[in-house]
Write a protein that binds this ligand. Structure first.
Ligand SMILES: NC(=O)c1ccc[n+]([C@@H]2O[C@H](COP(=O)([O-])OP(=O)(O)OC[C@H]3O[C@@H](n4cnc5c(N)ncnc54)[C@H](OP(=O)(O)O)[C@@H]3O)[C@@H](O)[C@H]2O)c1
Length: 428
């Protein structure tokens, strides 16, 4: 690669791809001067060449034929910003096999087939840039891969969910109202499931587990619960209890086993993760030897993601290597049933004497200790009316909590489902 120009082929010209084109135009000449390497974008492959684009590209640059990149021996660097697992994974592997450096923003490919992609990059001695796929944290790849003894990582990795939760609190609106606004502003997709059902966070957590623990975890082995069921009442009650609600990705290495889970959590208000606003991301890492560290990053989006890709382009141009584990193993996964946590439970109960006694009886039988009970203040409460009741319970076993919830839901004084939010205590 030394002395050679970077001849780039790019798959995809959507949100991220058009950001890359803009940045290459704006910064290309400066980078060439700085690093003495010419950057030439030779081909962009898209699905539909006739589609109108937010950026202008030279005639002849666009194609709908992947062979125009993969079979072009002059192209030595491939940027993959098309998304989806297939055919993106095949293009990445073929490019690497042909000795082309690859830069990708694709968390789905790395979460599902990361181990094989990393192996191929090593075999071919090629650069594999994936900064854009693991949130916008500066240097997170170097920080995690060079660590020897990470015990815990906890973070907010999805800007859309954080935006929704903070907007619900700020404007006292329900999730569906805020989600519509987020879609209008372009912060949420038309089909928001990937973000709000937690899958995007799960993919990022899987990649972070490869970097931190050198182990790959199948998506389906990561317990995933999104924010769809979080209501404005939960946000208000959490606030009264001095917490904020965040969608967290949590991974821990405990006695040779990995605990990996994604779900909404109550986070103490004064914690750095609780203070993340809007689309901001944040992570806390607990390293046995180096101690604890916390980082924040702007959320995803056109420019932060395109900047992460530019960072990798500079690495290719300057022959830097990217760090990732050479041996990726599988480790046993700790099941959710074995989790121990404090819990927030919101119930819709009939306003009647003796209700609390019935609920407390179920908890007692399942070895669960109630810490506090909260009811909405004010209002004109009538006997027999359905009212919300929040119960905070002491550290308990998840399997006991789930059993108790099933029993409580069957009581005649309860209406609907009991809502559960775990309290994350590994933050500092
Ligand atoms: N958007 C973000 O903020 C963000 C942040 C971090 C990471 N990422 C990741 O970056 C990647 C791209 O995201 P995006 O938001 O830029 O997506 P996008 O706006 O939907 O753009 C996708 C682009 O890929 C092209 N494409 C899709 N399937 C193709 C196929 N089979 N063959 C050829 N071209 C194909 C599309 O072509 P047409 O235009 O012709 O349809 C389009 O230009 C994804 O992996 C995403 O997870 C995105």
């Amino acid at each position: 690669m030394k002395g050679k120009d970077l001849i780039i082929g790019m798959f995809g010209l959507g949100t991220v791809g058009s950001g890359v084109v803009e940045l290459l135009e704006r910064q290309g000449a400066e980078l060439e001067q700085k690093y003495g390497v010419k950057l030439k974008l030779k081909k962009i492959v898209v699905r539909n060449v006739a589609k109108s684009r937010p950026v202008k590209v030279a005639p002849g640059l666009l194609s709908d034929n992947p062979r125009d990149i993969l079979d072009d021996i002059e192209i030595n660097t491939v940027i993959e910003v098309m998304g989806g697992v297939k055919p993106a994974e095949d293009y990445i592997l073929e490019a690497l096999k042909k000795g082309k450096h690859v830069i990708t923003a694709n968390k789905a490919v790395l979460a599902v087939g990361g181990a094989e992609v990393f192996r191929q990059a090593l075999r071919s001695n090629c650069y594999l840039g994936f900064r854009a796929a693991v949130t916008g944290f500066q240097d997170i790849i170097e920080r995690l891969s060079s660590a020897i003894s990470i015990n815990t990582l906890v973070g907010v990795f999805n800007g859309t969910c954080n935006y929704i939760l903070t907007q619900m609190e700020e404007h006292q609106q329900q999730l569906d109202v805020v989600l519509k606004k987020a879609q209008q502003l372009g912060y949420a997709e038309e089909d928001p499931s990937l973000d709000i059902d937690g899958y995007d966070t799960t993919d990022k957590l899987a990649i972070l587990c490869i970097l931190s623990f050198g182990c790959s975890i199948r998506r389906q082995d990561i317990f995933t619960e999104g924010i769809r069921h979080i209501s404005l009442e939960d946000i208000k009650f959490a606030g009264e209890l001095n917490y904020r609600i965040k969608l967290l990705g949590i991974a821990k290495y405990v006695d040779g086993r990995i605990e990996a889970r994604v779900h909404p959590c109550l986070v103490p208000k004064d914690n750095m993760i609780a203070r993340l606003e809007g689309v901001e991301n944040g992570i806390q890492i607990d390293d046995e030897l180096r101690g604890q560290g916390g980082f924040t990053a702007p959320g995803a989006g056109k420019y932060p993601t395109a900047c992460a890709i530019m960072f990798d382009i500079i690495n290719v141009a300057t022959h830097n290597t990217v760090y990732f584990p050479h041996h990726i193993k599988r480790l046993p996964i700790k099941s959710m049933a074995g989790l121990e946590s404090e819990y927030y439970l919101r119930l819709a109960v009939r306003n009647h004497p003796g209700v609390l006694e019935k609920i407390a009886g179920v908890f007692g039988k399942n070895d669960i200790n109630i810490m506090s009970v909260l009811q909405q203040r004010g209002g004109d409460r009538q006997r027999g009316q359905i009212i919300p009741l929040v119960i905070m319970v002491d550290k308990s076993k998840e399997k006991n909590i789930q059993k108790a919830i099933r029993r409580i839901q069957a009581l005649d004084v309860i209406k609907g489902d009991v809502r559960l939010i775990r309290v994350e205590e590994s933050l500092w």
